[in-house]
Design a protein around this ligand. Structure first.
Ligand code: TRH
Length: 385
């Protein structure tokens, strides 16, 4: 084992799934691909269990896929510190732990894993050192991102081959949809996976699809969009198993499944509506046309982030094509309530599907050239030990 063999990741779940989604993916990968002993401290096992149904919500300590998962609360006692310590997304390493870090002759490498962004400034802040105000410790900013001057994004080794094998095997698609409890969509339907934060744009796009000429089959895991689906179909609520039709539209409400299952849902769909951070990245690895619901931030800080991504991602597209993508994404994130406006923008977006599919393959190849986030973190840590 190397001197950077023991890693502790602290994950405080702020809301939704993104914090634990990324922390868990990272922890698994550090152990499976880099042979590291990883402890994942999490303050919300109930949310974690949604992504990993085998997890025991009541256990203070459990080992999953070789990762030691520990419940983290105010009374957590730390018997040891690791060689590398990661604060995921603003999680604060507890003071008692920091004191122990500082007491070591050679303090651990301490990393602040930041949120993903395509903005230029992150390249300047990536890898910057920030001294602790009191203790002899330095924390380094580590920014995931889309360029070679950032930490990259998470991608497990072999993911591309898994996807290629899935796409080459029609039976695998059928099996995946069955596993999601979905019934086979009409063969000529556009299959859309729908994951988002909900709001008036959901009803508007459903209306546009229902009124359109082309069949659309929406596969929607239960969650924030469910009330909007129910409202559209004049129902008090919808839950998994619901099959609803209006005009050219079919909506299937699915269960919420594991992260690995979710990848297969993205691969099996023609177009993916995703959100936040982790599903957004997975849609990029899926390479199908995708639409991003960005996580809303105070002071509308999410808009520059959305456009920064589109500027980078769309650099290789024809200007008119990029305009069409930007317009649909902008209206979707604005919560555009008019089915006519949103439907027309969707049509312009969907007319680009072949161009986008080809473009996304190139985009994924470029991301891969930056190396994956876990490998970049490991290299950075080794340099500093
Ligand atoms: O849940 P999110 O909205 O998380 C957000 C973002 O990360 C945001 O940036 C952050 O600030 C906020 O949390 C606190 O979206 P995200 O990041 O896509 O995470 C969702 C995870 O859920 C992702 O790993 C995919 C997974 N998932 C499943 O495992 N099964 C499912 O059925 C579905 C629909 C999703």
């Amino acid at each position: 084992m190397s001197t950077a063999a023991r890693w502790d990741i602290f994950c405080s779940v702020v809301d939704h799934f993104g914090d634990i989604a990324v922390s868990w993916r990272l922890a698994r990968q550090l152990h499976a691909e880099h042979g590291l002993a990883v402890r994942l401290f999490v303050d919300d096992l109930a949310t974690f269990r949604r992504l990993w149904p085998g997890l025991d919500e009541t256990a203070d300590a459990q080992r999953i896929l070789g990762v030691e998962v520990l419940r983290w609360h105010a009374g957590t006692r730390f018997d040891s510190v690791a060689d590398v310590v990661v604060d995921a997304f603003g999680s604060r390493t507890p003071d008692a732990y920091l004191e122990r870090m500082a007491a070591r002759t050679r303090p651990p490498v301490w990393l602040n894993l930041e949120y993903l962004s395509a903005e230029d400034w992150i390249e300047d802040c990536h890898r910057l050192a920030s001294p602790h105000p009191r203790l002899p410790l330095t924390r380094y900013f580590f920014f995931p991102g889309f360029t070679a001057r950032t930490g990259g994004v998470l991608e497990e080794r072999g993911l591309a081959s898994l996807r290629a094998a899935f796409l080459a095997d029609a039976a695998a698609r059928t099996a995946a949809l069955e596993n999601w409890e979905a019934t086979a969509p009409d063969p000529d339907a556009i299959v859309v996976s729908l994951f988002g934060y909900g709001g008036p744009a959901v009803g508007a796009v459903l209306q546009a699809w229902a009124a359109g000429d082309q069949s659309v089959c929406v596969l929607a895991p239960e969650g924030r969009v469910s009330p909007d689906i129910a409202r559209f179909f004049d129902l008090p609520r919808v839950s998994r198993g619901a099959r609803l039709r209006r005009g050219s539209l079919e909506v299937q409400v699915l269960p919420f499944r594991s992260q690995d299952d979710y990848d297969r849902l993205l691969w099996a769909s023609d177009c993916n509506f995703v959100r936040g951070e982790d599903s957004f990245v997975r849609a990029q690895w899926a390479e199908n046309p995708f639409v991003w619901s960005i996580y809303l931030q105070d002071g509308a800080a999410h808009w520059p982030k959305l456009h920064a991504f589109l500027d980078r991602y769309g650099a290789g597209l024809e200007p008119q094509a990029l305009w069409n993508v930007r317009e649909f994404w902008r209206l979707w994130n604005r919560g555009e309530p008019s089915p006519e406006i949103l439907g027309a923008a969707w049509q312009r977006f969907w007319n680009l599907r072949e161009e986008l599919q080809a473009h996304n393959a190139g985009w994924a190849a470029n991301l891969r050239a930056n190396r994956d986030l876990a490998t970049n973190l490991v290299r950075f840590a080794i340099e500093r030990l």
